[in-house]
Ligand binder design. Structure first.
Ligand SMILES: C[S@@+](CC[C@H](N)C(=O)[O-])C[C@H]1O[C@@H](n2cnc3c(N)ncnc32)[C@H](O)[C@@H]1O
Length: 270
């Protein structure tokens, strides 16, 4: 296992060699992931692991894949999506166009869920969904729109719980053990890598979703990322976070109002 001092040394070396800054990540979970990486890689020592990481960009990218938590599913927390359907989309419907940013989109299930909601609300044609993640591998996967067929049953259950009324299997084509979502859903999606720690704002959005990402960051980094979202959100725009996340402690809190006590969705004031 890696000692605390070694972990800090590794994070500093990664930052200076590759520009990826993990120093603001929550230590407990980051250390667990890096310990797991160390064991899986069968390194003989910490120095051995560090050497491998510093010597090869490809190997470092594999490290990024392994240490970030990419767990996701479609219509995750169905009640959240029901609130989007019933409370947020009717407001967005009044706008001439809708720009949405999925920050930390992982393998894209969240983005396909949103495209389905927008299609059912007849809003997809005037929407653009920007979907970003720091991990290049998950972005490549998201671009394919292909998922294991055995996840579709749970996706379908979540879809119905979120208020979906259509036949969920109508949104994808099954081929052996894979399901590919209709290309029409992906037409308005733009996938790209973007690091919330170091990259800047790139557009102005009416809705930003950053769910189950800030939970891995320490408070100071959470505050900085929330400021980035504030700069990227149109006035009266919506910011949606994960069930265990909040903006209450941050400097932007005073000009945001939570739209429903239960769901983590805030609206920016004018
Ligand atoms: C647990 S997943 C959440 C996926 C999805 N938003 C959801 O709620 O199901 C967290 C994602 O955040 C991404 N992530 C972690 N650090 C990031 C950073 N600095 N910038 C952008 N994305 C990051 C990870 O690569 C991972 O795909």
């Amino acid at each position: 296992m890696i000692a605390t001092g070694q972990l800090e040394e590794l994070l500093e070396n990664i930052l200076s060699r590759y520009g990826y800054d993990f120093t603001g990540y929550s230590r407990a979970s980051l250390k667990r992931r890096i310990d797991g990486f160390y064991v899986k890689g069968r390194f003989t020592s910490f120095a051995d692991m560090q050497r491998r990481l510093m010597d090869s960009t490809a190997y470092f990218m594999y490290f990024v894949e392994e240490v970030t938590v990419n767990v996701t599913e479609m219509f995750r927390d169905p009640a959240f999506y029901q609130t989007l359907r019933e409370k947020i989309l009717p407001v967005l419907a009044t706008y001439p166009f809708i720009r949405i940013w999925h920050a930390g989109c992982s393998t894209g299930e969240e983005v396909y869920s949103m495209a389905i909601l927008l299609k059912e609300a007849n809003l997809l044609h005037k929407s653009i969904l920007y979907a970003t993640d720091l991990n290049q591998a998950v972005i490549e996967k998201a671009k394919t729109g292909i998922y294991p067929i055995n996840t579709m049953q749970q996706n379908s259950v979540n879809y119905i719980r979120s208020g979906g009324k259509e036949d969920f299997s109508g949104y994808y084509h099954a081929n052996y053990n894979l399901a590919k979502f209709d290309e029409g859903l992906a037409e308005k999606m733009i996938f790209s890598t973007h690091n919330l720690v170091s990259d800047s704002s790139f557009n102005l959005f009416q809705l930003i979703l950053c769910r189950n990402v800030l939970i891995y960051f320490e408070r100071d980094l959470q505050k900085r990322v929330l400021e980035l979202f504030d700069q990227s959100l149109d006035s009266l725009g919506f910011l949606a976070m994960g069930s265990k996340e909040s903006l209450r402690f941050s400097s932007i809190a005073s000009h945001y109002q939570q739209i429903e006590n239960k769901e983590k969705i805030w609206r920016k004031s004018r």
